[in-house]
Write a protein that binds this ligand. Sequence first.
Ligand code: MN
Length: 251
Amino acid sequence: MAKPLILLTNDDGVFAKGLQALRKALEEVGEVVVIAPEGERNAVGHALTLHKPLRVREIGDQCFAVNGTPTDCVMLGVYKLLQRRPDLVLSGVNDGPNLGDDVTYSGTVAGAMEGMLLGVPSVAVSLAETGSYFKVAAEFSAYLARYVLRNGMPDSTFLNVNVPPLPWEEIKGVRVTRLGRRIYRTAIVEKTDPRSKPYYWIAGQHPTWAGGEETDFAAVESGFISVSPLHLDLTNYAALAQMAGWKLWPL
Ligand code: MN
């Protein structure tokens, strides 16, 4: 039987340490093809490039750099570059957390989201502290990849994994979690440019969060690896019932 084919992408760019660590860890699990942005594409969300040509450079053995987003990379991989359908899409390891509401901004998470939309079991992995080391996250991802390849994925679901920045011996375990709520603080910095016009910088202050013990935030803060099953149905079902009485037509 052929080895499982794994498409590996990220949003930190094809040369990022997290991606390299993950590639190495996945060598034992299957045949890995890297298709990743040529440079950083942080916080691009689920963006797709429609108004400029996409170029693909083969920069190494089974390694392609694309002038696009993680979503572009997964789409190109599945529809064009790979010889067959991948058995798994992995996105990461991201250099920094992707927790709670912030998953909607994340290019890393979107890479896995796109994989799921194309019908491939998909996992996004992030290391919950920028600049810490990636080995634990990469090794856990390889374990989870094997697990998912063997046992399958729940329907219409992809996984968002966040690993606390700790050595193995300090990791407490794994929790299956729901997304917590990010509490935003005012973080727009206003400055003046050399032509005396104001400009603005969205400066992420360290966020606080809410939502209780069963959230991804709580798991990571307590030293657990967080695994959140996500889907794309953003419908608020409780609101459907509440809106049943809205009279919006005729005007
Ligand atoms: Mn990133």
